[in-house]
Design a protein around this ligand. Structure first.
Ligand SMILES: Cc1ncc(COP(=O)(O)O)c(C=O)c1O
Length: 416
């Protein structure tokens, strides 16, 4: 008799029933794989500097925690709204008005358990199996994974370092002529940190107007993290009529240092919002009351923490770029937002790391060797569809940044 398969030691008679096919298409995030390896090495006592996971590494102001404590004293003990509490929707509406997205009402907005959840909901709501979703490469990893789970066709629009990792109007025009159901756009970008200028957004908006048949998802969760005074620009600033088919995505995760609180939003046409509410009603039901209180406080309270962090990140960006500029052969478009730098390091592929003998055929070899030999964790660009690059997320404590970058410089100087 075979041993039982559970704690009751029941005999296993039949093979396990099959899992759904979509599970075979779902992959754990490639970013977490690197972060986990870095964590393991750290636990083994290695001196590891992590430039891998995209966490902001700061906490929101005290007012957020005060609001949470107060909400506990007033707990209703009830289920909440599938869309989000009115007070939170209103706080969000005010928040986006400040970046030029005015004229939306409660019926246009929905909350979710982070922007990732909102995007997942939108994939379910907008894409039937076999529909096409088009988005630029490099892309945020989950776009691809979510599109694969819902069995969409994926049209990747290649934007290499030579074009500053930015989509051109001609590329967009050609892509929309192929009639995708959804065009997904991300500005400022993870992983590149690139920010589109007003002129660039305006030119893309003109192309979008010429192709009226697709939905537009604008995942702009880093919209408050923009440097050098370039400002944040959205298609509807230039072409307000695009509101009829554009869904804007926002999140508290990065701006307020609250990734674990899991609060995301969308603003878009009422019909889309309603469909996303229906999705919520079938899984999360509602955001918890304490989370809602924290989110309202973050959005409506003092904005000095995010403002100070933005200045700090801009200075860190400069520090990273100045070291990268000292490494011959690296091509690095200048990011103006988020907290990522995405250097093209492909000039070094085919070399060997002298001291360790590790051969570097690609981004994965390079990131592995960098982690093992120098204790610096970066994410291979292939996690974002661009194997010529690697991603440096520079939100680590300030004292770690200079030594981490020096180790990277040393590593490249040792490649033969
Ligand atoms: C471009 C982009 N969109 C969405 C998300 C998801 O954010 P959230 O934490 O709100 O789910 C991330 C997180 O890394 C991101 O970089």
């Amino acid at each position: 008799m075979p041993r039982g398969y559970n704690s009751l030691n029941l005999p296993r008679v039949n093979p396990m029933p099959l899992l759904a096919k979509r599970v075979g298409r779902a992959k754990p995030s490639a970013i977490m794989v690197v972060a986990d390896k870095a964590k393991r090495l750290k636990a083994e006592g290695r001196d590891i500097i992590s430039f891998s996971i995209g966490v902001p590494n700061f906490l929101p102001g005290q007012h957020v925690y005060d609001a949470v404590r107060e909400s506990l004293n007033k707990d209703s003990g009830q289920y909440g709204s599938n869309r989000g509490a009115d007070a939170l929707l209103d706080a969000f509406l005010k928040h986006i008005e400040a970046i030029g997205l005015a004229g939306y009402g409660r019926a246009n907005v929905v909350t979710g358990v982070g922007a990732k959840h909102v995007i997942y909901n939108l994939a379910e709501v907008l894409l039937d199996e076999g529909d096409t979703i088009a988005f630029p490469t490099p892309y945020w990893t989950s776009y691809l994974d979510i599109a694969e789970i819902v069995n969409a066709k994926i049209d990747l629009l290649s934007c290499p370092s030579g074009q500053n990792y930015k989509l051109t109007p001609a590329q967009l025009d050609a892509a929309l002529a192929r009639k995708p159901k959804v065009f997904l756009f991300n500005n400022p970008s993870n992983p590149t940190g690139m920010v589109y200028s007003a002129d660039e957004i305006s030119a893309l908006a003109d192309v979008l107007i010429r192709h009226p048949d697709n939905w537009i998802i604008a995942d702009d969760i880093y919209n408050r993290m923009v440097f050098d005074g370039v400002g944040y620009h959205n298609f509807v600033h230039f072409r307000p009529e695009l509101r009829e088919r554009m869904i804007f995505i926002d999140s508290l995760s990065k701006t307020y240092g609250m990734p674990g609180w899991r609060v995301g939003f969308m603003a878009g046409p009422e019909a889309v919002a309603k469909a996303v509410v229906t999705m919520n009603s079938n899984h999360i039901t509602n955001l918890p009351e304490v989370t809602t209180a924290a989110a309202i406080a973050a959005l409506s309270g003092p904005q000095d923490v995010p403002a100070a962090k933005n200045l700090e990140f801009q200075a860190k960006r400069d520090q990273v770029l100045s070291v990268l500029a000292e490494i011959p052969g690296i091509v690095c478009p200048r990011p103006q937002g988020a907290f990522y730098v995405f250097p093209d390091v492909s000039a070094y592929y085919g070399r060997t790391h002298g001291p360790s003998g590790a051969s570097i055929a690609n981004d994965i070899d390079l990131c592995n060797a960098l982690l093992e030999v120098k204790g610096v964790a970066c994410v291979p660009g292939s996690a974002f569809g661009e194997p010529r690059a690697l991603r440096i997320s520079y939100t680590c404590p300030t004292p770690q940044l200079a030594p981490g970058m020096q180790r990277i410089k040393e590593f490249f100087s040792e490649l033969r």
